[in-house]
Design a protein around this ligand. Sequence first.
Ligand SMILES: [Zn+2]
Length: 78
Amino acid sequence: MKSMTCKQMGGPCDVAFQGDKADDVIKAQDQHLKAMVASGDATHESAAKSMQDRWKHPVSGMGWYRNAKKAFAALPEE
Ligand SMILES: [Zn+2]
């Protein structure tokens, strides 16, 4: 199990997400961004928009995704 923060994935806060795979924390971050924006948190808006753009443009979003996976792989196991 590893944990990655909102900030490590391009977000503005230090909330941490846990998962065994990079995909798990990336999905958690996606949910977190949507939930924060839905609750009226403006600081998460730009990160949420970038995340949405990445899903819409998987090819150009792939660089971010690869970096996130690499960063996750480099994290120590908890
Ligand atoms: Zn956050």
